[in-house]
Design a protein around this ligand. Structure first.
Ligand SMILES: [Zn+2]
Ligand SMILES: [Zn+2]
Length: 177
């Protein structure tokens, strides 16, 4: 998806608001719907542009506890910069990161925003995806997804924190007064 900027390029401070949806697939993301893009492009007057706003998508993720696939809304706030291809701000004409800001190259008075949306969404993915806050995970014995059904396995106090184990013994063994 491309945004034409020929109309604001010459004058510093001119802005252009962009509200659109990306329906093309984005690498490394499994999308459950279009990516909603809500950006303001501001001209630097020197053929550079600052781009700010939000990107939002329904992304299919795999729960880190129960391995179930689910859909989560991922939102990213965007603040990036575009400079003409060949600019010395770029390295080998590829995008560069300057702190939190990413500098992208552009050509033909058009900003390509798919890559910008993709990178910002990936950076905003949850570190440990969870299908729901109280996901019960999988039985370590039989593999049953405990959100769907409770199994009858004797898991005899699995993964008990040793400190709790000691505490329990203590309370049982202590003499009653
Ligand atoms: Zn889960
Ligand atoms: Zn089980």
């Amino acid at each position: 998806m491309k945004i034409s900027v020929s109309d604001i390029r010459e004058t510093s401070g001119l802005t252009k608001d962009v509200n659109l949806e990306i329906t093309d697939p984005l690498d490394e993301l499994v999308l459950a719907g279009p990516v909603k893009v809500d950006l303001r492009v501001q001209s630097g007057g020197d053929a550079s542009f600052n781009v700010r706003g939000n990107v939002c998508a329904q992304v299919k993720l795999v729960c880190s506890r129960c391995a179930r696939e689910y859909v989560e809304e991922v939102k990213a706030s965007v603040e990036e910069r575009f400079v003409p291809a060949g600019s010395e701000e770029l390295v080998d004409n590829e995008e560069v990161e300057v702190g939190d800001l990413c500098v992208f190259g552009y050509e033909n008075d058009e900003l390509e925003i798919d890559e910008l949306a993709r990178e910002n969404l990936i950076a905003s993915l949850p570190y440990r995806p969870l299908c729901c806050e109280d996901c019960r995970g999988i039985c370590p014995v039989c593999g049953q997804n405990l959100n769907e059904k409770v199994c009858k396995c004797e898991t005899s106090e699995p993964d008990v924190d040793p400190r709790w184990g000691d505490l329990k013994k203590f309370s049982v063994d202590s003499p009653q007064k």
